[in-house]
Design a protein around this ligand. Structure first.
Ligand code: 5GP
Length: 173
C-alpha cells in the first residue's frame, strides 16, 4: 500500500519552530515540565522541546480512553504515569492528535487534580470533524480533515511511526 505525503517534513518543522518560539515567549524563562503522551507524541515532543529555549523537565505518560464517549465521559486509564510531582509546576502536555477529544479530556481532568501552577496543551494535529469533547488546545500544529493519518509518530498497527512526514494511504494499492 502506498503512502502519500499529507503534511511534509518541511511544513511540520517550520510549524514546530513557530510553536517553540511562542511557548518560549509565554513561559518567559520559567522551567516547564513537558509531558509527552506515548506512544504517538514521541517524535513531536522531541522536536518541540528542541525548538523551545526554556529549562525543561521531560516526562512521559501513557493513557487509553474507554467507554462510548457518552457514558464514560473523559475516563482514562493511565497505564504509565509520570514520575514527578507536578504540584506548583508549569506543565505542558504534548499530544500527537486530538480526535474525539476523549483521551485528553480525561487526562487533563486527572492532571488538574494534581494542582499544577498552570496546565497547557500542545497537539500537533486536530480533527474538528470528529470532536466530541471540546479540548482547549493552547498550541496547535495543524487542523486536518477527517482522514486517518500515519507517520511522524502516528501508527497504523504499530507501523509507520518512523516516517518524517504525516501521510495518508493513497487509493491505488
Ligand atoms: P481521542 O481520544 O482524541 O479520540 O484519541 C486520540 C488518539 O487516537 C490519538 O492519540 C491517536 O493515538 C489515535 N488517533 C486518532 N486519530 C488518529 C489518526 O488519524 N491516525 C492515527 N494513527 N491515530 C489516530
Amino acid at each position: 500500500m502506498a503512502v502519500d505525503v499529507y503534511i511534509s517534513e518541511e511544513k511540520i518543522q517550520a510549524r514546530i519552530k513557530e510553536l517553540g518560539e511562542q511557548i518560549t515567549k509565554d513561559f518567559n524563562g520559567e522551567e516547564v515540565t513537558v509531558v509527552g503522551v506515548l506512544n504517538g507524541a514521541f517524535m513531536f515532543v522531541a522536536d518541540l522541546i528542541r525548538a523551545m529555549d526554556l529549562p525543561v523537565v521531560m516526562e512521559f505518560i501513557k493513557a487509553s480512553s474507554y467507554g462510548d464517549g457518552t457514558v464514560s465521559k473523559g475516563k482514562v486509564d493511565i497505564t504509565l504515569d509520570i514520575q514527578k510531582d507536578i504540584k506548583g509546576k508549569n506543565v505542558l502536555v504534548v499530544e500527537d492528535i486530538v480526535d474525539t477529544g476523549l483521551t485528553l479530556t480525561g487526562l487533563l481532568e486527572d492532571f488538574k487534580q494534581r494542582d499544577p501552577k498552570n496546565l497547557k496543551l500542545a497537539s500537533l494535529l486536530f480533527k474538528p470533524a470528529r470532536c466530541q469533547h471540546k479540548v482547549n488546545i493552547d498550541y496547535l500544529g495543524f487542523e486536518i480533515e477527517d482522514k486517518f493519518v500515519i507517520g511522524y509518530g502516528l501508527d497504523y498497527a504499530g507501523k509507520y511511526r518512523e516516517l518524517p512526514f504525516i501521510g495518508v494511504y493513497s487509493e491505488d494499492f
